[in-house]
Ligand binder design. Structure first.
Ligand code: ZN
Length: 236
């Protein structure tokens, strides 16, 4: 969503989360770049790391494929496919091992029926609709305040609010996947204690981007909620 006019209060609400997001993005890219240069002692490629972690957890049916794009790595719970970006799939670096193990962590969550992942997956369709429909209804609501009061705008905000809930539910899913990744890498002897420093650096930076995403979604929601409650009061 965007402000209708320049409001200094909007800046106060959105700037901290925006700065956090930019910082997190920079950290994840620099950590990934740095630890992409260190080859692991085991010499396994990202694809091989994923295969090991998956097989160790009895997930022989989950395929590992190459995905297009930089850091486009993800697990697809619908097709049971783990897609790794080229820089991870082929690379035998510390960074690649960390990312591959993290994505495998999502597959293990899926197998175990991890509640937050189930909730997140179930929310995807409604969030996809709500993220564009919410702002539209909100805007229509703002332009028709003289007819409907702020009710319609609140409905729009509530629909948009699903994206903030989604961002919050994402947090335990991501933190848990990284926790599983670190455990698997050490216990299966894929990465040495020394190399774990690099894995931690990459995965912790990645986790921070999700925290920043949730902070952005919440602060935007809070700003518009404040705006609307102010409008409601001034009409009375
Ligand atoms: Zn993840």
């Amino acid at each position: 969503m965007f402000p209708l006019y320049f409001d200094p209060l909007y800046l106060v609400f959105s700037l901290p989360a925006l700065l956090l997001a930019l910082w997190a993005q920079w950290r994840v890219q620099s950590a990934f770049k740095e630890y992409s240069q260190y080859r692991t002692y085991s010499g396994l490629s990202g694809a091989e790391v994923a295969r090991r972690v998956l097989d160790f957890n009895g997930l022989h049916n989950v395929r590992v494929e190459v995905a297009q794009g930089f850091l486009s790595d993800h697990y697809d719970p619908h097709d049971k496919v783990l897609r790794l970006s080229q820089g991870v799939y082929q690379s035998n670096s510390v960074a690649a091992a960390g990312v591959a193990a993290h994505e495998s962590g999502h597959a293990v969550q899926d197998k175990e029926g991890y509640l937050a992942l189930q909730a997140r997956t179930a929310m995807v369709p409604s969030v996809q609709i709500g993220s564009w429909l919410g702002p539209i209804i909100f805007m229509i609501g703002l332009f028709t305040v003289s007819f409907f009061g702020t009710t319609l705008a609140w409905v729009g905000l509530l629909i948009f609010g699903a994206t903030a809930v989604f961002a919050l539910v994402t947090l335990p899913v991501e933190f848990d996947a990284s926790r599983r990744a670190k455990l698997a890498l050490v216990s299966q002897g894929i990465v040495t204690q020394q190399e774990m420093k690099g894995v931690n650096s990459v995965l912790d930076a990645a986790a921070l981007t999700y925290v920043a995403g949730a902070a952005q979604a919440l602060s935007t929601l809070l700003y518009y909620a404040m705006l609307l409650s102010g409008m409601g009061r001034s009409r009375r």
